[in-house]
Design a protein around this ligand. Structure first.
Ligand code: GAR
Length: 223
């Protein structure tokens, strides 16, 4: 049976689309069992509908506590029993109880080279700091916002003419390559999370630095 993932989204869903396209290209390796979204107007839901993927909208009610929202999310995930949960632009902070429970199968994509710039407005913060390099990280999720062991990163050079908008566009291009590559590597057991030691292993060895797209492609070509 194919490895089953659930994708959590909040917005445009271009990373969800990259995952949909990769799943179509590798139907024997993973399938998207469902999409869960916290915003009813998100275009990501239209992408799920077009791809015939079941989707669920779980909106936070006014005054609802984080814990209560996460319980609802947890219930849906309990029903779905995914092998992996992918936060692909899911813009909610998760409670410690939730992350504790799912941390062994919960990954997030974040638009910065963590540990730099957890949180929001990462492109503008990289520009304001006059960074030469910016990038993206994919990591297992723990209770710390944008914390948790980093699995893979990809980077780009910031050009003098870059704005937050041009960076966002170039960052998205990197994300659309790296995220499906990481999901495929987890689905095919090349990447493993050793929860007891909070260590990520790749092809059996603990990683000493975040994996690159080249690492992942090289491992794929030896299949
Ligand atoms: C992506 O750039 C992702 O890295 C970011 O939201 C965007 C979603 O784009 N996530 C975060 O900032 C989480 N901290 P998309 O909806 O087009 O996939």
């Amino acid at each position: 049976m194919a490895f089953e993932i659930v994708v959590l989204v909040s917005g445009f869903g271009s990373n969800l689309q990259a995952l949909i396209d990769a799943a179509k290209a590798h139907p024997d390796q993973y399938r998207i069992k469902a999409v869960i979204c916290n915003r009813p107007q998100a275009y990501a839901l239209e992408r799920a509908r077009q791809a015939n993927i079941p989707y669920f909208t779980i909106c936070a009610a006014a005054g609802q506590t984080r814990e209560s929202y996460d319980q609802q999310l947890n219930q849906q995930l309990e029903t779905l029993q995914p092998d992996l949960i992918v936060m692909a632009g899911f813009m909610r902070i998760l409670s410690a109880g939730f992350t504790e429970k799912w941390q062994h199968k919960l990954i997030n994509i974040h638009p910065s080279l963590l540990p730099k710039y957890p949180g929001l407005n990462t492109h503008q913060r990289a520009l304001d700091a006059r960074d030469a390099i910016h990038g993206i990280s994919i990591h297992y999720v723990n209770a710390e916002v944008d914390g948790g062991p980093v699995i893979a990163q990809a980077q780009l050079e910031i050009k003098s003419q870059d704005s937050a908008e041009t960076l966002a566009q170039r960052i998205h291009e990197l994300e659309h390559q790296l995220l499906p590559a990481v999901v495929l590597a987890i689905a095919t057991k090349k990447i493993h999370y050793n929860l007891a030691h909070h260590q990520v292993t790749f092809l059996g060895d603990e990683i000493q630095a975040p994996l690159s797209l080249e690492n992942l492609y090289r491992a794929k070509s030896t299949d």
